[in-house]
Design a protein around this ligand. Structure first.
Ligand SMILES: [Zn+2]
Ligand SMILES: [Zn+2]
Length: 146
């Protein structure tokens, strides 16, 4: 059992999280999509998948927000970025109704974007914490149910 503490330490170091839930020194969201509107994806004209730039199927440049709005699924071959608010790390302040980036002086308690919004917190305007992106309601093209 002597290996266990070392492994736990390694695991938390790899994830970039402080073991005690304190605010880490470097961005815990490196490689994580925090804003789908700022994330580049590529699609085809009639496809139902979205791609990375280097995929053979990549034809039209768009954003992840647009791809998700259209209901496109990530390509299984090129594995483009996906958006999961439960994976975006933000930080609650000690009190008050805002959540923050790791670099904000008000950042205190680690949580996730999904959880912060569920808790009724709003993004901090000072550190420009990401807002929760949700798929816009589909336009009313389907015939209304009787
Ligand atoms: Zn692809
Ligand atoms: Zn802040």
């Amino acid at each position: 059992m002597r290996l266990l503490p070392t492994l736990l330490l390694l695991a938390s170091a790899t994830l970039g999280f402080a073991a005690d839930g304190a605010v880490p020194a470097k961005d815990p969201n490196a490689g994580v999509v925090t804003d789908p509107a700022a994330c580049e994806t590529w699609t085809t004209e009639n496809g139902t998948k979205y791609h990375t730039k280097d995929c053979a199927n990549a034809k039209i440049k768009t954003t992840l927000a647009q791809s998700l709005s259209e209901g496109d699924e990530p390509c299984k071959q090129c594995q483009p970025p996906v958006y999961d608010a439960a994976k975006v790390v933000v930080f609650a302040s000690e009190n008050g109704g805002k959540y923050h980036l790791f670099s904000c002086r008000f950042a205190k308690k680690q949580t996730t974007l999904a959880q912060a919004v569920k808790d009724g917190l709003a993004p901090c305007a000072v550190c420009k914490a990401p807002a929760l992106w949700t798929k816009p309601a589909a336009p009313a093209t389907a015939p209304a149910a009787k």
